[in-house]
Structures are given as structure tokens and as C-alpha cells.
Design a binder for this molecule. Sequence first.
Ligand code: HEM
Length: 138
Amino acid sequence: MTAPIPLLGHDQTLFDRVGEDRLRRLLWTFYGRVMTDDLLGPVFQARVGPYPGGGWPVHIARLEGFWRAVMHGPSAYRGQPGPAHMKLGIGPEHFDRWLAFWQGTLPDILEPAEAEEMYALAGRMRPNLERFALAPTE
Ligand code: HEM
């Protein structure tokens, strides 16, 4: 028997490196903090309900599917993130705050390299989501 060839870091997806447990912990921790914020909290409270009950377990499961796909892991996510941000009454200040919480939470759960990649991914999605968020709603 030959020994298995160890996976080199660059052959692993971001999802492999982060793992399911840490991704879940990241999402619950992040939204727990977001819900304490005066600007972001009420928007989620109105849509998803009181944290950590209400629609939160379902919402986090959907977000997990989304992030698994973005991180090149196995995922059954088939949602549409853009339209989900329409008619929320949010603007650039909400995205600034969201990204500040994301940046603050990532290093508490992930290693620096993975934290940086996850931050960059969200930053790249922002313009598209913000475009939907700002779309006129006759
Ligand atoms: C780059 C930053 C953001 C990312 C990557 C992101 C990502 C997502 C994703 C993937 C979903 C699930 C979409 C689906 O249902 O399939 C979602 C839903 C949602 N997001 Fe964001 N989001 C961001 C910023 C924001 C901001 C700034 C707000 C405003 C407070 C916000 C509020 C919401 C709400 C309320 C929902 C639930 C909509 C519903 O189910 O009715 N998001 N987001």
C-alpha cells in the first residue's frame, strides 16, 4: 500500500479549508452581532423575526447553502440573492455597516488567510446586491 498523497493547500477549495462547522459558527455569530446593531437589526427583525428563533434557523441554512456554493463546496443553493435585497429600504450605509461587521467577525472564527478571502468575496458581491437594493420600487 502506498501512503495517500496529502492534499496541497492550493488544491483545496475555500470550503474545504473552512469546513462546515466553522462556516455555521461564523454565520450564527455574525448575524447575532448584526441583530444588536441599531441600523441593521430592525431590517432583519422585520423580515426574519426575533433572533435566534423566528425564521433564523431557515435563513441561516439558506445562507449556508449560498456560502458553500461561493466557496466551491457542495451546495443545493438555488436562490436569487439580488431580488432578496429589493424593497428592504436599505442603502449604501447599510452595506458599509454589514461589511464592517463581517470584517470584524471573520478573524474571530477563521484563520487570517480564509478571513481575508471571505471578506473579499462579500466585497465583490456588494455592487450587484446594492444595485438591486437601490432599484426603484414604483
Ligand atoms: C455584501 C453583503 C451581503 C451579502 C453577501 C448578503 C447575502 C444574502 C443572501 C445570500 C441572502 C439569501 C437570499 C435568498 O433568499 O436566497 C440574503 C438575504 C437577506 N439579506 Fe443580505 N446580504 C448582504 C447585505 C445585506 C444588507 C446590507 C442587508 C440590510 C440590512 C441585508 C438584508 C437581508 C435580508 C433582510 C435578507 C432576507 C430576505 C428575505 O428572505 O426576505 N443583506 N442576503
